[in-house]
Design a protein around this ligand. Sequence first.
Ligand code: NAP
Length: 350
Amino acid sequence: MATVTYAFLCSGVGLALCERLLSQDTERLRLCLACRNMHRAQAARSALLAAHPTAQVDLLQMDTSSIFSVIRAAQEVRLRYDRLDYLYLNAGIMPNPQFDMKAFFKGLFSSNVITMFATAEGILTQRDGVTPDGLGEIFATNLFGHFLLVRELEPMLCHAGRTSQLIWTSSSNAQRSAFSLEDIQHQTGTQPYSSSKYASDLLSLALNTHYNPQGLYSSVICPGFVMTNLTYSILPSFPAFLWTLLMPLFWLIRMFTNTFTLTPFNGAEALFWLFKQKPESLDPYAKYHSLTSGLGNNYTQPRKMDIDLGTSESLYEKLLQLESEVRRKVEEKKKEAQHAHRHLAGSVSS
Ligand SMILES: NC(=O)c1ccc[n+]([C@@H]2O[C@H](COP(=O)([O-])OP(=O)(O)OC[C@H]3O[C@@H](n4cnc5c(N)ncnc54)[C@H](OP(=O)(O)O)[C@@H]3O)[C@@H](O)[C@H]2O)c1
């Protein structure tokens, strides 16, 4: 029986994961790439098939920032597949990042320098947008769209006698100080990315609490600092050759912090490692870090997250509330559209 893995990619760490999965096993694996941009999705699929011609690689259009798109895509998944073993919740954005040069240079000469490089703590802020559904764009893309998808696919993910895994791509930038239960979308602060990633750490714990008895397990990873589109967008005006010039410095920093994984292949290490684990053996309080040693060896290491059950349950309740509000609005919109359609049909026939 094929293992159906459903991932968000087209580029970066997600695409590297697919490459690694297919290198290991093309026989039993059926991959479904869920992407918002179908041109990039096609290019990703072609690249995977060029290296693995017999692989089964399907595509699905989905924009995690759009309620309608997530619900429609989930319907499509339920129609197409009869099982789903792994769901990689990897889509992530950090739009309009502001790099605080002053804080960076201050951090360079402080005892916090390694942490600053490893987590970008204190040096990155973002200006968030609002989606057409009225949600914070980063919250909707990085967290809520994934949550809604999990809820929509619940019947396929929960079974007696079999396990399924959710694997969230979080970050070391996920900080408790950036998150507030009073503002889960982070509409009032300047660190919506950090808040969304901290929320995914909390949510993963809550999902384990509620779904483990039904065979569904959730884990979080951090890919480390990886050179991807997301990283390049932090300094959009930075010419490509300057990034290349910086690479020797990054290799040097790796001697001090093994979180500088740098390549998507290395960054996908923990995602790949989790694929091979028995989910029952994993620690729901751990974040699994992709790490690369100074000599270039990849390994995965669990590190305790700064989360607690009470806060994770409160977030879960708030997400369920938001889900019912969102579903109510979707129903209202549907009724309005049906009403308008009937009205139009009536005026045409008369
Ligand atoms: N790079 C790092 O150093 C780093 C560190 C910590 C955590 N992360 C996390 O790692 C994950 C992967 O990022 P990456 O570094 O590999 O960057 P990336 O190459 O930009 O990958 C992000 C992926 O998410 C997809 N995506 C973004 N918004 C989406 C939406 N609304 N609907 C569907 N897909 C969407 C992107 O699709 P498009 O191709 O259409 O843009 C892209 O395939 C993210 O969750 C990120 O937060 C990265």
